[in-house]
Structure formats: C-alpha cells, structure tokens
Ligand binder design. Structure first.
Ligand code: G3H
Ligand code: 13P
Ligand code: NA
Ligand code: ZN
Length: 328
C-alpha cells in the first residue's frame, strides 16, 4: 500500500532530513528511483505531472507504482500529483490512487496568468477539504516561481511572462504564507525563492541575490511547523551538461540549485525537494552516448539499461545529500 506525503514529511521533520521528490513518466524512471531507494534504504515520493499522466495514462502509472511498492515492500512510497492546475485535476488524481496532490493555485487554470491571492486560497482550501476527507495529503504553492536575474516570472510551460516582475513579486511573502497556511490547512507549502523549472535557472553560480535561502529562513520563522517545498531544484550538474553536449546535445552553459544550498535549507524546514531536469539529462545524455558509441545496436534495452543506471546514480546522490538515506 502507498503512504501519504504527510506521513513522510512528518517523519522527515522529526528527524531533520528532506525527501527528494522525483518526477516520473515511465517504467525506467520508477526503476531508477526505487533501485536507489533500496540501495540507500530511503523512503520515496514519486510525483507525476499532468504531462506524465497524459503520457503514460493513469492506469499504467498507478499499476507501475503499485508494482514498485510490491517489488520493494520495505520502502515507503507516496504517489503525488505535481502541479495540479485546478480542483478537478486533483480529484481525478485522488480517484486514480494518488495519496497526495498539489493544488497549484499560484496561476489560473490557463497556466498563463498569475492568480489573485484570494483565488489561490479558495481553490487550495477546496482541495484540502476533499483530499483530507479521502485521507490524501495536499501541497499548496504561494508565490510566482521565476528568475531574480531577469525578472521573468514563470508560466506553467516553463516560459517566462511578458514584462518584468519585481523581487518582491518573485519571493514568497512570509506574512502571507502564515495567513495562507492557516486559511487553507495545507500539509506542505511550496515557496518561491528564485528557482525556476528546467535547465536554465541561473546564468552564474547562484548567490543570495538570485537564490534566496534567506526567504526560507523568514518563512520558517513564521511557520516553524509547516513542511516547506522547493520546486525547480535540479542541480543541473556540470558532468550531466557535459554528457549531454559531448554527444551532440545542444545546451548553453547553465547553473542549477547547488546541492550545498539545498542542504542549508533543510534545517530551515524544507522537507520536499522537486527534481525532474537532472533525471531527464541523465537519461537523454546516456542514450545519446550509447547511440554514438554503439551505432550497430537496436535493442532498446542496451541503451535504456545504462540510462536507468545513470538516473539511479543521481537519485542515490540526492538521497545521501538530503539525509533521506537510512530513513525507510
Ligand atoms: O513542473 C514541472 C515538472 O518538471 C514536470 O514537467 O509538466 O513537462 O511533465 P512536465
Ligand atoms: P526541475 O526542473 O529543477 O527539475 O524542477 C522540477 C519541479 O519543480 C517539478 O515540480
Ligand atoms: Na507556480
Ligand atoms: Zn514544480
């Protein structure tokens, strides 16, 4: 059976660690996460976006994840909806066996317009009421993810808004966070601190001007018992950029969220750290390498196996760095 996110994050808070939440889309991603969790004795959050659900299909996703739980009965597994765009999306996830949902009311359901605070409170509180009645956890999001270097706020497709947002608009307000949690009753709160989705987060190694761990400290001071969530938290390590570009991939030099910065955020209440891009790069870089080095091969297992192993290595590194290892 699957466990809720709340149970996992409560344990993480009691024992001062965080869980990486890996986005999964197919069998190989799930195998990579589960093999790393098994090797390090770590509890697991597997998250599926709306894109993952339509790519794989809800029935396939549910059975793949139940398969993971059956194969590794000693590893607690949570199935979480990433970035639900409206209450109906969260309800369909609950119906399909998800044990946790994110209602992201920071944007309107069109995925393009910044929502009012009142709208965000309303849709999130509505989902909390329904989800909690079904024994399912809820993550909310307050603030607009986006880039403090350029002022580009982020739409759901990862592209920026027209026009610039101010530093204030791009960082979650701690007083509003306190009000939001008390009005909605969310189990976990995603906050905006200068991270964004995808590979291009920063044009230089981030410092406090563009990655605000200080904002997390301020929110934690107001909400010491609320589990905080970092989105856009792939580290985009240089070796994965090099692997991808060495075999024909096109990507300009970029910087992600350093593991060391995430480690600073853990004593400040961050309990869930979202990672998608690093697994995409590990998978695609390894497949590119194998296509180049073994052009005669056409058995997909010959490149999916090393690609899965490279993803597993990323997962193991994060389980160890966030002190998830040994907590299953
Ligand atoms: O929120 C963004 C995650 O990286 C999921 O991406 O919507 O392309 O599946 P996706
Ligand atoms: P990355 O693009 O940094 O991996 O972020 C993933 C994420 O936040 C999913 O919700
Ligand atoms: Na958002
Ligand atoms: Zn996200």
């Amino acid at each position: 059976a699957l466990i809720t996110m709340r149970q996992l994050l409560d344990h993480a808070a009691e024992n001062d660690y965080a869980l990486p939440a890996f986005n999964v889309n197919n069998l190989e991603y799930i195998q990579a996460v589960m093999r790393a969790a098994d090797a390090t004795d770590s509890p697991v959050i597997l998250q599926a976006s709306r894109g993952a659900r339509s790519y794989a299909g809800d029935a396939f996703l549910r059975h793949l994840i139940l398969g993971a739980a059956e194969e590794y009965p000693h590893i607690p597994v949570c199935l979480h909806l990433d970035h639900g765009d409206q209450p109906s999306t969260c309800i369909s996830a609950i119906t399909n066996g998800f044990t946790s949902v994110m209602m992201d009311g920071s944007l309107l359901a069109d995925g393009k317009s910044i929502a009012s605070y009142e709208y965000n409170v309303d849709v999130t509180a509505e989902v909390v009421k329904i989800a909690h009645a079904a024994g399912v956890s809820v993550e909310g999001e307050l603030g607009c993810l986006g880039n403090l270097e350029t002022g580009a706020g982020e739409k759901e497709d990862g592209h920026g808004f027209e026009g610039k947002l101010t530093r204030e608009e791009l960082l979650t307000d701690p007083d509003q966070a306190l009000d939001f949690v008390s009005k909605t009753g969310v189990d976990a709160l995603a906050v905006a601190i200068g991270t964004s989705h995808g590979a291009y987060k920063f044009t230089r190694a981030p410092d406090g001007d563009i990655l605000s761990i200080e904002t997390i400290a301020k929110i934690h001071a107001k909400l010491p018992n609320t589990h905080l969530v970092m989105h856009g938290s792939s580290s985009v390590p240089q070796d994965l950029q090099d692997l991808f570009t060495a075999y024909g991939g096109e990507m300009k030099q970029t910087w992600g969220v350093p593991v060391a910065e995430i480690q600073k955020a853990i004593p400040l209440g961050v309990r869930k750290v979202n990672i998608d891009t690093d697994l995409r790069l590990a998978m695609t870089g390894t497949i590119r390498k194998n296509f180049k080095e073994k052009p005669e091969n056409f058995d997909p297992r010959t490149y999916l196996k090393p690609a899965t192993a490279r993803m597993q290595e990323v997962c193991r590194e994060r389980f160890e760095a966030f002190r998830t290892a040994g907590k299953a």
